[in-house]
Design a protein around this ligand. Sequence first.
Ligand code: HEC
Length: 140
Amino acid sequence: MLSTLLVVSMARQAASVGDRPSAAVIERCRAIYQGSCATCHGVRGEGEGPGWKTPNADGAYPAPPHDSTGHTWHHADRLLFEIVKDGGARYNSPTFQSRMPAWGATLSDDDIRAVLAYIKTLWGPSERDAQRDLTERSPR
Ligand code: HEC
């Protein structure tokens, strides 16, 4: 119970402190990322290699990087939250099959905010500024 409360309060803090979470909060957020996301998106957010914009032979795409070289920072907070919670299946079509799992049954909303706070620590200052502006200007 205590640990649950601690995690929830740290994740809330992560959500509210935006780009400058404390070291303890970053560690909690990092643990979620390394436990659930790093297998595909890479331990340093490097993704599944430089060819992430080109589909594999089966038509699915490699996992994109979450660092500054990717385009995660081109999306506002709300859309990032939805992609993590609901997964990529909503974008499936005859020519595209998403490999991005839905995390809504595994991670709480606070966990999702926490992991997104961690991903933001992988960006440089200009990507963080651009994504913050986008989030402020756009509901999605
Ligand atoms: C099984 C591999 C896999 C795992 C595990 C995974 N992802 Fe993904 N993710 C992908 C793929 C592949 C895409 C690219 C688009 C697609 O195929 O839908 C993606 C796309 C995304 C995007 C959109 C990125 C963009 O630039 O538009 C976000 C955000 C994301 N993932 C976050 C996460 C988070 C956070 C976790 C852990 C909680 C996670 N992913 C775990 C495979 C994975």
